[in-house]
Write a protein that binds this ligand. Structure first.
Ligand SMILES: *Cc1c(COP(=O)(O)O)cnc(C)c1O
Length: 340
């Protein structure tokens, strides 16, 4: 039995569901983990996460496919990425196989919350880990908690994806040898001011440049970029301070193997932006959001795809990837994890 909710009216916001997964790390090892009905976390006032922001997270979605299966998309890559985040933050790694099994377990337990096929909605899955042990001197804590909760979400853009206007930011997101490549809460904490400021100025997002030379495109606060060149090549910035988006990696594969387009990951200079045909942001939440204009300190760069619709290649990429996720188009081997 599904929950009695209007699936067509879900926004992108937190909604408590029945069950979450919890595992605790203590005395050098993880316990066996359990499901819980308690949506609150109780921790010491001096927990490492509260004092020194020792926490990281992941984000993925479960969907109902065309043939009525509940699946999720490439959870093994989220598990691997979280391992990288944990290592960089001196947190204990949660075994990748256990991660995927825990995702499946918690989605199964919340099956009534997985939106049915056809609404563009999904069950957003949020795995995360934080230092629960008390610290006061600056050092890694010795106790941690790994949790996964789920929350039903509607399509990121109600009524379809309209192109957005973004600005080139004077704030930096990541230092050259910093933490830009991991999914750490701290990257988001310090991006909040920049995004609030962008919104106040009428922009949907910030385009961050590399903080060392401020000449190369990096990403936004929560999504990677893809661009389409005049000769229909799909390109994406290469940098060690970009978060390796699973959506972006999947889109590049789709471009190459499903759409027969040339793809390239390379350094992309701000000066090149005016030459591109299409620009879009990619990430789990929206899959792809088309960018119509980039504001560079008052100077506008407008893409030929315009402010009404997704660019032609962006649309093909979007339709193909979403088709794969919803079981309408055959997926590459290993991309779809069937849960129920
Ligand atoms: C999560 C995230 C993305 C998108 O990654 P996906 O795996 O595609 O969801 C991009 N940039 C940043 C900074 C992120 O935190």
């Amino acid at each position: 039995m599904k929950q009695d909710i209007d699936w067509s009216k879900l926004g992108f916001k937190y909604h408590t569901t029945d069950i979450r997964y919890i595992s605790n790390y203590k005395n050098g090892s993880w316990d066996e983990g359990q499901l819980s009905t308690n949506s609150n976390v109780t921790i010491n006032e001096s927990a490492g996460v509260l004092q020194y922001a020792q926490t990281c997270f992941e984000g993925l979605k479960a969907y109902t496919t065309k043939d009525n299966k509940i699946v999720c998309f490439r959870p093994d890559l989220n598990a691997a990425r979280m391992e990288e985040s944990c290592k960089r933050l001196e947190m204990p790694v949660f075994n990748k196989e256990r991660f995927v099994n825990a995702v499946k377990e918690v989605v199964k337990a919340n099956a009534s919350w997985v939106p049915p096929y056809g609404y563009g909605a999904s069950l957003y899955i949020r795995p995360y880990m934080f230092a629960s042990g008390a610290v006061i001197g600056v050092k890694p804590a010795d106790e941690y908690q790994f949790r996964i909760f789920t929350t039903p979400v509607g399509p990121y853009f109600q009524g379809g994806a309209k192109p957005i206007v973004i600005r080139i930011s004077d704030f930096d997101r990541a230092a050259p040898n910093g933490t830009g490549h991991i999914k750490a809460g701290l990257n988001y904490a310090m991006s909040l001011h920049a995004i609030v400021d962008a919104h106040n100025q009428g922009f949907a997002e910030n385009m961050y440049l590399d903080s060392k030379t401020r000449t190369k495109v990096e990403e936004t606060g929560g999504a990677n970029f893809i661009f389409v060149t005049q000769d229909n090549k799909v390109i994406t910035p290469k940098s060690s301070s970009i978060l390796p988006s699973i959506t972006r990696r999947s889109l590049l594969y789709v471009a190459e193997h499903y759409l027969n387009l040339k793809v390239e990951e390379r350094e992309i200079y701000k000066e090149e932006l005016k030459d591109f045909k299409e620009c879009a942001l990619c990430g789990t939440a929206a899959v792809l959001s088309p960018v119509g204009k980039i504001n560079d300190h008052g100077k506008e760069i407008s893409f030929p795809s315009g402010m009404e619709n997704m660019g032609e290649i962006t649309k093909k990429l979007y339709d193909t990837l979403v088709g794969i996720q919803l079981g309408e188009i055959e997926a590459p081997k290993g991309w779809i994890e069937v849960i129920l």
